[in-house]
Design a protein around this ligand. Structure first.
Ligand code: AMP
Ligand code: FE
Ligand code: FE
Ligand code: ZN
Length: 283
């Protein structure tokens, strides 16, 4: 039985394949004590999940979260936000704008792929995107469906990754904006999977922007990276978090299973303490 907390999971509200309630069930079956739902650019999964846990008195600590994909130069920088207030007006307005930009970007990507002679339609991608936050993983799934590739990774490598024929740059959204948005919504901004950032200097840059924690425990981090990140967190007095980045079965990108990376109750307490010491409340 895991005595642990997985703080990074996606649902159908963004690019996961399980609904918020199904993800909660799966977390409980896996023996997790707690779970954070961190969908890309949407809070739509949070209230249903919270209510499902409360109304059924389920044995799981539910933590509201979000993941905002930003860019610093040509490097992907993903920022997690924990204990955000899902009803925060500024947050919701901004997320709506981002999702509209996501929609338009996806449309452009489909057009580019069609111009390259490929069979794919926007309708198909829309059907694959069950929630309100549409993105490249949904385009990738359409490419799998149509037989062009056999995995999401292959779709990124051949067609929709940076510099590939179907790639369209993301709307302009930088780490500083994501951090401010999360702070203003009463949340704690944490740098997601820092081990995937190629330039170490970029990590330091984001820390200096006011990030409060590092996602140290992550399936794709080596033990050496973990050790290095722990040192960095200690040096800059940052919280330590962790999670699996689970996207559900059949997502073709389930690089991990739920609970593949977790944190202990003690580390979760540190995060919660930070919230109280800041004078912030979750809702
Ligand atoms: P987007 O925000 O629409 O540009 O899509 C980026 C998302 O695609 C990331 O947050 C991941 O969930 C997913 N992703 C990016 N690269 C890969 C990859 N190589 N394999 C699988 N999923 C990926
Ligand atoms: Fe994702
Ligand atoms: Fe991410
Ligand atoms: Zn993620």
């Amino acid at each position: 039985m895991l005595e642990e907390y997985d703080l990074h999971v996606h649902t159908t509200a963004s690019d996961g394949t399980l609904t918020p309630c199904e993800v909660i069930d799966e977390a409980i079956s896996a023996g997790l004590k707690g779970l954070a739902i961190t969908d890309h650019d949407t809070v739509a999964g949070l209230t249903p999940a919270q209510q499902y846990v409360e109304q059924n008195d389920l044995p799981l600590v539910f933590i509201p979260g979000i993941e905002l994909n930003t860019e610093a130069g040509d490097e992907e920088v993903h920022i997690l936000g924990y204990f955000i207030n899902p009803d925060n007006a500024a947050l919701n307005q901004h997320l709506q704008d981002i999702r509209t930009a996501r929609y338009n970007r996806t449309l452009q990507m489909v057009n580019r792929l069609q111009d390259a002679g490929m069979v794919i339609s926007f309708d198909q991608v829309q059907t694959l995107a069950k929630g309100e936050s549409m993105g490249r993983p949904h385009v990738a799934r359409a490419l799998i469906q149509n037989g062009y590739v056999s995995s999401i990774k292959e779709a990124f490598d051949k067609y929709i990754g940076r510099g590939r024929p179907g790639f369209v740059p993301r709307y302009k959204f930088v780490p500083a904006e994501a951090i401010e948005l999360i702070n203003n919504a009463g949340g704690i901004p944490v740098l997601a999977h820092p081990g995937l950032i190629k330039e170490r200097e970029k990590i330091i840059e984001v820390i200096r922007l006011g990030i409060k924690g590092l996602e140290v425990y992550y399936p794709e981090h080596s033990l050496e990276q973990q050790r290095d990140l722990i040192k960095l967190a200690e040096h800059y007095n940052l919280l330590i978090t962790g999670g699996s980045d689970y996207h559900g079965p059949g997502s073709e990108e389930s690089r991990a299973s739920i609970g593949a990376s977790t944190i202990s109750f003690d580390l979760l307490k540190q995060i919660e303490l930070h919230l109280t010491s800041n004078g912030c409340t979750a809702r």
